[in-house]
Ligand binder design. Structure first.
Ligand SMILES: Cc1cc2nc3c(=O)[nH]c(=O)nc-3n(C[C@H](O)[C@H](O)[C@H](O)COP(=O)(O)O)c2cc1C
Length: 222
């Protein structure tokens, strides 16, 4: 199991006790200035429900800035983003590409399709970095959104051919992810009723594995 043995080596080894979740929460909550980024990372919650309010142009520009300054292997920047607001000519076709369980995304004022070509990303030791680079860039956009008071939810549930043709991606592109953005709404403020299945999902607690399951000091262990 990870984090049981104290880390060895180095002049200032990290304190494994830091990973006691309770202590970690207490310590970090006391240090307000150190929490500035962490609170946005930690409190971000993927949203299903959005207000109709369109996202301001200035905020959309900031989302783009955050995504474009992400690191990438060899600085290849292999990502390609298509932003689809409710008035976009591609909107209907993009909505038609959504899987059944992602019908909620029709309510988001902004949908963002992200894709690219594997060969535009770098390859090292048999690892293709396209997906890695796109993930870094999308996460930057999502955290910037959180900072601006916007909610988001990433989606893998859509029909690839339909999405590709809706946004005009060339045939050798892979759509990788579709992301919904907008100001978060509460169910009681929505015009339309939400399904019982979605209601259930809304109250589901966010969870993460305990840090010792997949974070290790010094060496990996099972
Ligand atoms: C690559 C990826 C694909 C996802 N696909 C979907 C999806 O198709 N539909 C959906 O409702 N949520 C989707 N999600 C959201 C995850 O379910 C969510 O991030 C996860 O449950 C953790 O919850 P949190 O983001 O609120 O912390 C996806 C997230 C990622 C990163």
């Amino acid at each position: 199991m990870g984090l049981e043995k104290p880390a060895r080596g180095g002049s200032n080894p990290p304190d494994p006790k830091l990973f006691s979740q309770k202590k970690f929460d207490q310590k970090t909550h006391q240090k307000g200035e150190l929490m500035e980024i962490l609170s946005e990372i930690k409190n971000r919650k993927s949203k299903f429900l959005y207000k109709d309010t369109p996202i301001e142009k200035e905020k959309i520009e900031l989302l783009i800035e955050a995504a474009r300054w992400a690191p990438s292997c060899f600085n290849n920047q292999p990502w390609n983003y298509v932003l689809i607001d409710k008035d976009a000519s591609s909107r209907e076709a993009v909505e038609a590409s959504l899987s059944l369980g992602n019908g909620w995304a029709k309510g988001a004022p902004l949908l963002v399709a992200v894709g690219g070509r594997t060969k535009d990303g770098c390859e090292s030791q048999g690892i293709e970095y396209l997906l890695y680079d796109i993930g870094l860039s999308v996460m930057s956009m999502v955290i910037q959104a959180e900072h601006l008071g916007l909610g988001s939810r990433q989606m893998a549930g859509w029909n690839s051919e339909k999405l590709k043709s809706a946004v005009g991606f060339p045939h050798d592109f892979k759509p990788i992810v579709l992301v919904a953005f907008g100001y978060p709404a509460k169910p009681e403020n929505l015009k339309e009723k939400i399904t019982d299945r979605l209601k259930e999902k809304l109250v589901r607690a966010r969870t993460r594995k305990a840090p010792e399951k997949n974070f290790f000091f010094d060496k990996y262990s099972e």
